[in-house]
Write a protein that binds this ligand. Structure first.
Ligand SMILES: *Cc1c(COP(=O)(O)O)cnc(C)c1O
Length: 420
């Protein structure tokens, strides 16, 4: 089945439940009915709901759908995108290990992976993801994961995914790709040899800026890569926290199972059933929305490139963009979401534009149906000096747009007036 159909029907048996909308199981716990059923569920002899921190029937549908949309084997939903990234990495790396992190990633991922994880004894080594020429030299036998974004937020870069995947394969290292901005509609990482995809579902999947959520999807062949791989003893040796269970011996997708049975069990950060339901609504129209966001952003990018006050536009979907060849290589119809950035001459002009737009909201978020305008130099990167900003590729006059679903004539008119 194709993505549009899967997004509407997969993982939910309408006839068995008799409702068109997936029911919200607003419950903490489940009645096992008998002592035997309870014992069997805990012993994994029978899979079924135990307690909502671990699993929930509404969340099951969300997990099944994203897994199908990403062409994966299994998925886990979490309370936020940050929790999804943390669990995916903590499932692979432990104290004394290192992970390789792309230079151009979401700010929250940089702080989590390079600063917070360091406090848990996991060290990040940053690689230049545009070409990945330095990646191989950073690998040693303690390297447990390679993390990158398929379309990075906010730099709007596309890494050399083919090369990253080839190097990871050579050393039997698991790759984790944050696919938040592209969504499975534009890019399916697992079809390109990536092992695990993660999402902030709070962005395009929600679509209306109304629910936080995270998703982790594992590839179809991931068990084969983990079983008997000396890099990952945690899947091949007894887990003392689960009466000596050896994940490698189980007939299930063990990457997600281990997250559920140990990390989600012990750390929580579980998604609320109501948020799972909201995200299921979001998935239903994801394909339509993402294509429309991309078409709208393309038109706005074209307008901005022809404006005399705009110094530079970054939008890989644009034929003239230096990343257009990569957009064509990886992204469906070379569409690259609603995210774009452009540069005006200085900080003052940028502020003036933010204060003059009527339709764009000044917000630090992306993927909402409503258009958003952000000025990184005065918000997310405020602490840096002008020179430091230039060095990190965030010019004082850089503006990021998340193009929504409004009529593009209105958006262009609004920007035209704001640019003056
Ligand atoms: C927003 C975002 C995250 C974090 O997700 P939350 O749901 O806000 O926790 C991670 N990665 C990317 C690319 C994001 O845009």
């Amino acid at each position: 089945m194709e993505q549009e159909t899967l997004a509407l029907h997969h993982g939910y048996d309408k006839q068995a439940f008799g409702t068109m909308s997936v029911p919200i199981y607003q419950t903490t716990a489940y009645d096992f009915g008998s002592a035997e059923t309870a014992a069997n569920r805990f012993a994994l002899k029978e899979l079924g709901p135990i307690y909502t921190r671990l699993n929930n029937p509404t969340t099951d549908v969300l997990e099944a759908r994203i897994s199908a949309l990403e062409n994966g084997e299994a998925a886990i939903a979490t309370a936020s995108g940050q929790a999804a990234i943390f669990f995916a990495i903590a499932n692979l790396a432990e104290v004394g290990d290192n992970i390789l992190v792309a230079k151009k990633v979401y700010g929250g991922s940089t702080t989590l992976l390079t600063h917070t994880l360091k406090r848990f004894g996991i060290n990040a080594r940053v690689f230049e993801s545009d070409h990945a020429d330095d990646l191989e030299a950073l690998i040693d036998n303690k390297t447990k994961a390679i993390f990158f974004e398929s379309l990075s937020n906010p730099q709007i870069a596309i890494p050399n995914i083919e090369k990253i995947v080839a190097i990871a394969k050579k050393y039997n290292i698991i790759t984790v790709c944050d696919n938040t901005v592209a969504t499975p509609i534009l890019f399916q990482p697992l079809n390109h040899g990536v092992d695990v995809s993660v999402h902030s579902a709070s962005k395009y999947i929600s679509g209306q800026g109304s629910a936080m959520g995270g998703l982790i999807v594992e590839a179809k062949n991931l068990n084969d890569k983990l079983i008997d791989n000396p890099r990952y003893p945690q899947f091949n040796e007894p887990d003392e926290s689960y009466h000596g269970l050896i994940y490698a011996t189980l007939p299930f997708p063990i990457f997600s199972l281990r997250i559920r049975l140990s990390l989600i069990r012990d750390i929580g950060a579980t998604i609320a059933p109501f948020n799972s339901w909201l995200l299921i609504q979001g998935l239903e129209t994801l394909s339509l929305r993402v294509k429309e966001h991309s078409r709208n952003a393309y038109k706005v990018a074209k307008f901005l490139s022809s404006h005399p006050k705009v110094l530079k536009v970054s939008y890989p979907g644009l034929e003239s963009d230096p990343l257009h060849a990569r957009a064509k290589q990886y992204f469906k119809e070379a569409q690259t979401s609603g995210l774009l950035s452009f540069e005006v001459k200085d900080l003052e002009s940028a502020k003036q534009i933010l204060n003059s737009t009527k339709i764009f909201s000044v917000v630090v978020n992306i993927g909402d149906s409503k258009s958003i305008i952000t000025h990184p130099a005065s918000t997310t990167h405020q602490q840096l000096s002008i020179e430091e900003l230039e060095k990190s590729g965030i010019q004082a006059g850089l503006i990021r747009l998340s193009i929504g679903l409004e009529n593009t004539d209105d958006l262009i008119e609004d920007l035209k007036i704001a640019l003056g």
